[in-house]
Design a protein around this ligand. Structure first.
Ligand SMILES: [Zn+2]
Length: 297
């Protein structure tokens, strides 16, 4: 955090009181006389309150560093809180980062085995130095009335007209596999993608499974829906890609495209940003894409 101004100090020291509700802001002549200050916990609870059957007893959506009681000065949504994202948050004076994915390289963000690791320390200490709180929002956004990530990704792809809420199947105007890949490259700013199948294969029935839902789930959905193409974030090479390759060897019309995990779900972070804009007024919110970790050459 930058050197504290009196106003910032006031916000920090009065966190609990301010977080309790509406309070006149004596320092602000340029905003409304009654300004709501939001704590991390209030924002979490508000989001969770609109998810069916939430809060969940078991969830990865926990605070990874920081505190529920922190008064939020700004929010950054993203897929992965990389060093670049953390530095941008500091620049923007945003002290809450809401990533979709882990901060510390495993599903549960276990850090016991990383305590003396220079990579872990570099990231953790940077977050601590700037007093940034990280709250992962993965399970809750996926389990909204309709999956918020899928809605965001469909919007990013410009496929809203072909989307049925609740369904991973989109019937798009017929193109070929190459056309789909070019479309994704343009819309998601991904320079290249791995695929299985024939680039000239006609495609209209799309099975959209962003992220990494697992080989068995990907193959089960293919069995259920018989799509022309599976579009996913990633998969183990020895699972779905081999299945789709076998299908091609047997003369079946099936293909798959891997966007990369981060890019494939980044639309979900845009969705969360828009949700916060609407429901958490007065707090600056930014969506900053973190980009795929793997490059192509
Ligand atoms: Zn996800």
């Amino acid at each position: 955090m930058k050197k504290s101004t009196p106003r910032r100090q006031f916000l920090l020291q009065s966190g609990a009181l301010l977080g309790a509700g509406l309070l006149a802001n004596p320092f602000s002549g340029w905003t409304s006389p009654l300004q709501k200050f939001w704590t991390v916990g209030e924002i979490m609870d508000l989001f969770i309150s609109q998810v069916p059957k939430a809060p969940f007893a078991q969830t990865v959506d926990t605070i990874k560093i920081g505190s529920r009681d922190t008064v939020v000065t700004g929010i950054v949504t993203t897929m992965f809180p990389s060093i670049a994202i953390i530095k941008k948050a500091v620049e923007l004076k945003a002290n809450l980062i809401i990533p979709h994915e882990p901060t510390f390289y495993s599903g549960q963000d276990e850090t016991d085995y990383l305590q003396n690791d220079p990579v872990f320390r570099g990231k953790y200490d940077l977050l601590a130095k700037h007093q940034i709180t990280i709250w992962r929002n993965h399970d809750y956004v996926h389990r909204m009335q309709d999956d918020g990530v899928r809605i965001g990704v469909v919007e990013e792809l410009g496929w809203k007209d072909y989307y049925t809420p609740g369904s991973p199947i989109l019937q798009i105007p017929t193109t070929h596999l190459k056309g789909i890949i070019d479309h994704i490259k343009t819309r998601m700013q991904v320079p290249a993608m791995r695929y299985v199948g024939d680039l000239n294969q006609p495609v209209s029935k799309v099975l959209l499974l962003p992220g990494a839902v697992g080989g068995k789930t990907q193959i089960t959905r293919i069995q259920e829906h018989r799509p022309d193409v599976l579009i996913c974030g990633e998969s183990n090479e020895w699972e779905t890609p081999e299945y789709v390759k076998t299908a091609n060897e047997l003369g079946m019309k099936l293909s798959m495209v891997e966007i990369g995990h981060s890019a494939s779900e980044e639309g979900g972070s845009e969705f969360v940003k828009n949700w916060l804009h609407t429901h958490v007024p007065g707090v600056p919110v930014y969506h900053i894409p973190s980009g795929n970790s793997l490059s192509v050459y």
